[in-house]
Design a protein around this ligand. Structure first.
Ligand SMILES: [Cu+2]
Length: 123
């Protein structure tokens, strides 16, 4: 394609996303849903700890984690770690392929604290 080198990637990504939305809206089932969940932590503890975050199998999950202290968040079972820095939003993204109840833990000073659970319900 001519002019590809000068192609603005942001425009491309934006258009692709708009197209995806259009397609997703036109497909009644089988399309992936993005689920954004806020996970605010204070001293490594969730507000309503242990909190249960419920999603559906196949969902694209985005955990938006904020914390007042630095810690490592760990989604057990899926084995996804995330370095969380104070006063920044850290996004943990995954596709909910496996069903079940998975502990979300904060590693603070060598301790494994339960923050809550991600529950993936079968479709
Ligand atoms: Cu852990």
């Amino acid at each position: 394609m001519f002019g590809f080198a000068t192609f603005d990637r942001r425009v491309f990504v934006g258009n692709t996303f708009a197209l995806w939305l259009w397609f997703a809206g036109s497909i009644p089932s089988g399309a992936q849903t993005q689920v954004v969940v806020d996970v605010p932590l204070t001293a490594g503890v969730a507000a309503n700890a242990p909190e249960t975050f419920t999603v559906q199998q196949g969902d694209q999950v985005v955990l938006r984690v904020t914390s007042d202290i630095a810690l490592e968040l760990h989604l057990h079972g899926y084995d996804i770690p995330a370095d969380v820095r104070p006063n920044e939003v850290t996004e943990m993204r995954f596709t909910a392929r496996f069903t079940g109840r998975f502990p979300l833990a904060a590693h603070v000073d060598g301790n494994d604290r339960n923050v809550g659970y991600v529950e993936v319900h079968p479709k």
